[in-house]
Design a binder for this molecule. Structure first.
Ligand code: ATP
Length: 218
């Protein structure tokens, strides 16, 4: 099996971070930016780097963009260029397009023109920070639907040494513990009598309102 090949269009802070991380994990990564300076800054952190305008279909054809497994559109400020690029990639038959959105409207349009996945890094990071500020135990927060989320939370002092049955978070807060990370081991079907140990991380699903209660009180 050959390794996955990625192309990242727009080597700003977000795009270059995606590209470098993939490259460090030994994937083949092509970085594309219309700004030569951005290309020069990132050349040693990607497999190939090309200066091109992604709204130019011919340029994308020459790069052979169709052959990449995933293309990430990491253009932020120039919303028009981000949308046009996504549309062109879709029309060219790119297998998987991931696009970065500045806001909800931008995201909706990106889905309409063919993005397979839209990410909102600023919004998501802001949400994570807010949850972490409410409770320092909260490590991560993922929105599943408008009102439902999953959080990863370090077991509080009150929880350590108790079983899930004793904690009874379902009855008390209306949330469900779907997994427990304990050091290297990951228990994906926790049983009522499983004991919570110090430093365990609980993966909890629920309505945002109930998760808030859980974060504040549990
Ligand atoms: P970040 O937060 O990741 O820095 P940003 O929101 O500031 O991103 P922009 O500066 O708008 O993002 O764009 C990121 C990069 O995309 C820039 O380096 C810019 O040169 C590049 N870019 C913008 N339009 C195009 C285009 N049409 N073709 C290729 N690259 C482009």
């Amino acid at each position: 099996m050959s390794t996955k090949q990625f192309a990242i269009i727009g080597m700003g802070r977000f795009g270059s971070s995606v590209a470098r991380t993939l490259y460090e994990m030994d994937y083949e990564v092509m970085g594309i930016d219309e700004d030569e300076e951005r290309i020069n800054e990132n050349i040693q952190y990607v497999t190939h780097a090309v200066a091109a305008d992604s709204t130019d279909e011919t340029a994308l054809k020459e790069i052979g963009i169709r052959n990449f497994d995933v293309v990430v559109v990491a253009i932020g400020h120039d919303i028009q260029a981000s949308i046009l690029t996504t549309l062109i990639l879709k029309e060219m038959g790119v297998k998987k397009i991931v696009a970065k959105a500045q806001n909800e409207r931008h995201g909706q349009v990106l889905y309409k023109v063919g993005a397979d996945r839209v990410v909102f890094p600023e919004r998501d990071m802001g949400m994570r920070l807010a949850h972490n500020l409410i409770s320092a135990n909260v490590l991560d927060f993922i929105e599943l639907a408008e009102e439902y989320s999953v959080i990863e939370s370090v077991a509080s002092a009150k929880m350590v040494g108790k079983t899930l049955r004793q904690l009874d978070v379902r009855a008390r807060y209306g949330v469900n513990v779907i997994a427990i990370k304990s050091g290297e081991s990951f228990n994906i079907s926790p049983a009522p009598d499983d004991l919570i140990q110090a430093n365990d991380v609980l993966v909890v699903i629920g309505h945002n309102k109930d998760l808030k209660e859980f974060e504040e009180k549990a």
